[in-house]
Design a protein around this ligand. Structure first.
Ligand SMILES: NC(=O)c1ccc[n+]([C@@H]2O[C@H](COP(=O)([O-])OP(=O)(O)OC[C@H]3O[C@@H](n4cnc5c(N)ncnc54)[C@H](O)[C@@H]3O)[C@@H](O)[C@H]2O)c1
Ligand SMILES: Nc1nc(=O)c(N)c(NC[C@H](O)[C@H](O)[C@H](O)COP(=O)(O)O)[nH]1
Length: 227
């Protein structure tokens, strides 16, 4: 199956949480890390999140640096990478910041069981593609994105989508900034949630690099997917 090169980028606390138990974002990293994320966004063809992240954070997923936006334009790209939402039931609010902020294409991936009126409303804001019946079929979705010209895809969470992508063997690399805060909370989302592996299986990783940035550490992992 042809698919893009796919990497996850996330910021997590020293105890592995990516938000509070009320699903609120807190400052985990500083300005240097936000700039690193901006550089990654700028160099990607698309940035993808799950509907849970859209509903919790309402992110815009735009490139923030004016200089980088100019560079993208000079290379003939849109100012922002394509913004992709994985949203089985087409629940994305039509006034979401992803639609309101910044120029560039948006794609919402829904399943064939998504309510048709929601899909119709979203089509006015974005390209809607269908993959899967009750839930988005991620391998199918990744192939469709690849056929639309997306070669490098950045996944910005959340916890459930990270699990679904990793457990489907769809992730090549993971970049996590581990910040100098403890968030705590049994139900606070972690880097990877979902149902977890059923037995004692684990997904092996290979460490690419570990770099101290401000008071935290950036870990880069290569995913050694099962063959
Ligand atoms: N710190 C960070 O870097 C960071 C980044 C992004 C999100 N977050 C946090 O993550 C939390 C949101 O994570 P989440 O797990 O609730 O939502 P999510 O963003 O992972 O979205 C998950 C949802 O996607 C939908 N979906 C559709 N098809 C799917 C499939 N095949 N597999 C799995 N899901 C599928 C389902 O409705 C599912 O509930 C928020 O609290 C947010 O603040 C943190
Ligand atoms: N690098 C980083 N450090 C943090 O301390 C933190 N809380 C996040 N969280 C990731 C989350 O996805 C951000 O809130 C996005 O940066 C939102 O994207 P926009 O600014 O709306 O484009 N990311």
């Amino acid at each position: 199956m042809d698919r893009p090169f796919i990497f996850i980028n996330s910021a997590m606390s020293a105890d592995g949480k990516i938000s509070t138990w009320q699903r609120k974002q807190v400052r985990i990293s500083g300005a240097i890390d936000f700039d690193r994320v901006d550089r990654l966004r700028c160099g990607s063809d698309a940035i993808m999140v799950g509907i849970g992240t859209v509903l919790a954070d309402d992110p815009s997923l735009t490139v923030k640096s004016v200089q980088r936006k100019i560079e993208r334009k000079e290379k003939g790209f849109d100012e922002n990478p394509v913004r992709v939402i994985i949203d089985s039931q087409a629940r994305t609010p039509i006034d979401a910041d992803i639609f309101k902020k910044g120029e560039g294409r948006r794609i919402v991936v829904v399943s064939s069981s998504a309510p048709s009126e929601n899909v119709k409303a979203l089509r006015r804001k974005a390209m809607v593609i269908i993959a899967g019946e009750s839930r988005v079929d991620l391998p199918d979705a990744m192939e469709q994105l690849y056929l639309l010209g997306i070669n490098r895809l950045m996944v910005e969470g959340g916890a459930t989508l990270n699990w679904a992508m990793l457990s489907s063997g769809l992730v090549d690399e993971i970049y996590t900034f581990v910040g100098n805060v403890i968030i705590g909370g049994q139900v606070a989302p972690t880097l990877v949630d979902g149902e977890g592996f059923k037995d004692t299986s684990t997904l092996p990783l290979e460490l690419i690099s570990a770099e101290k940035i401000e008071q935290g550490i950036l870990l880069k992992w290569k995913v050694l997917n099962f063959q």
